[in-house]
Design a protein around this ligand. Structure first.
Ligand code: NAD
Ligand code: MG
Ligand code: MG
Ligand code: MG
Ligand code: MG
Length: 343
């Protein structure tokens, strides 16, 4: 297998746990990432305080797992490392509540760089500002750790006041299991811009537009909505699973030669060199020049008018109706998905 990378991949032997073992970590939030970071750190012997709102339903849950819980301001004041794992749109408000608890030499850490990169949080100059971000949803961060494995992750240093920012990030990544798989160093700018571009142009935006347009093209031509749903939405998972496991060739090798020839010749009729590439460059430009960030920040400051409207329209698309009914035919799959994966 390819083991050549364009960048260094850090593993357990590159991490020195002494950079974290006498530190107290405040994990703010107990959602997808928060519960996984807090529990993995705790199991690795690191002193953890979970920071939650007093009325949070996660408070008793975290305590029942043996974790100490305080409000974010109290947790941050006591901690040496504050890991921000509340939703990105809420982070600026939570930061205001914890700001006074950041002493010189403390670390403010993130799992996504949006608020630092676009200036929504401006930490003092005497604290380290870092990122440790698993490339995976939280339940896998937790489940793999419990099996003695881990998920790949990113580290980044935005501000290094102590001189130890990178070593401490690696030690944190080790404590949550990421160096068992491999950790790559990036920058806040690169993480944010590639993340936003990927989700907008390809993963979330690109894929859904492609599916809806394919569905509409078939239905407008008189084919049945059920057939259109299967061909343009349902089967996407099968193809993506093949690509996830074996890359493009793994997928091409698994589909029929007819599908392969048709795909290789016709794909570019749709995602064409001229218009699609121009569109992607435009998406990237709005990410890089901050236009997208400004738009989204304004949305959040004005009760999300466009977001709500767009969401309602998506919910009302015919493919959602047809898909909802057809997915019930796959009810047997739910049993499989809900069964404990490994224990
Ligand atoms: P989430 O929505 O799953 O959880 C957020 C948590 O914050 C919830 O437990 C909620 O109770 C808590 N919370 C909400 N408001 C709060 C407040 N005012 N004070 C204290 N706690 C509050 O979020 P998530 O998906 O875990 O995302 C956290 C961070 O991790 C984000 O920066 C995100 O970009 C990043 N990230 C997420 C993933 C992922 O797969 N979910 C992967 C990598 C990075
Ligand atoms: Mg402190
Ligand atoms: Mg991403
Ligand atoms: Mg994202
Ligand atoms: Mg087919």
């Amino acid at each position: 297998m390819a083991d050549e990378f364009t960048t260094t991949v850090y593993r357990d032997e590159d991490a020195d746990s002494t950079y974290i073992e006498d530190k107290t970590v405040a994990v703010l939030g107990y959602g997808s990432q928060g519960h996984a970071h807090a529990l993995n750190l705790h199991d690795s012997g690191v002193d953890v305080i979970v920071g939650l709102r007093e009325d949070s339903s996660s408070w008793p849950e975290a305590e029942s797992e043996g974790l100490r819980v305080e409000t974010p301001d109290v947790a941050a004041a006591e901690a040496d490392i504050v890991q921000m794992l509340v939703p990105d749109t809420i982070q600026p408000a939570v930061y205001e509540a914890i700001e006074d608890g950041l002493d010189a030499g403390d670390t403010l850490q993130f799992a996504h760089g949006f608020n630092i990169h676009y200036g929504q949080i401006r930490p003092p100059e005497d604290v380290d500002v870092t990122m440790v971000a698993p490339k995976s949803p939280g339940h896998l961060v937790r489940r793999t750790y419990q099996r003695g494995e881990g998920v790949p992750g990113l580290i980044a240093v935005y501000q290094d006041a102590t001189g130890d920012a990178k070593d401490q990030s690696l030690a944190y990544a080790e404590a949550i299991g990421c160096t068992r798989a491999g950790v790559i160093e990036t920058s806040f700018q690169e993480e944010v811009e590639t993340d936003l571009f990927g989700e907008q142009a390809v993963l979330c935006g690109g894929v859904t537009e492609l599916m809806k347009m394919g569905y509409e093209t078939l239905v407008d031509a008189g084919y049945s909505p059920e057939m259109a749903y299967f061909e343009c939405m349902n089967e996407m998972k099968l193809i993506v699973d093949l690509i996830y496991e074996g890359g493009l060739m793994g997928m091409w090798n698994s589909v029929s030669d007819t599908a392969e020839y048709g795909g290789l010749t016709r794909g570019e009729y749709v995602v064409d060199e001229e218009y699609a590439r121009e569109g992607m460059e435009e998406v990237l430009e709005e990410v890089q020049n901050g236009e997208f960030a400004r738009e989204w920040i304004t949305e959040n400051q004005t009760n999300r008018p466009s977001y709500k409207q767009l969401r309602a329209a998506e919910e009302g698309h015919e493919i959602e109706d047809v898909g909802g009914s057809l997915r019930e035919l796959f009810a047997w799959e739910e049993e499989k998905a809900e069964a404990p994966a490994d224990d």
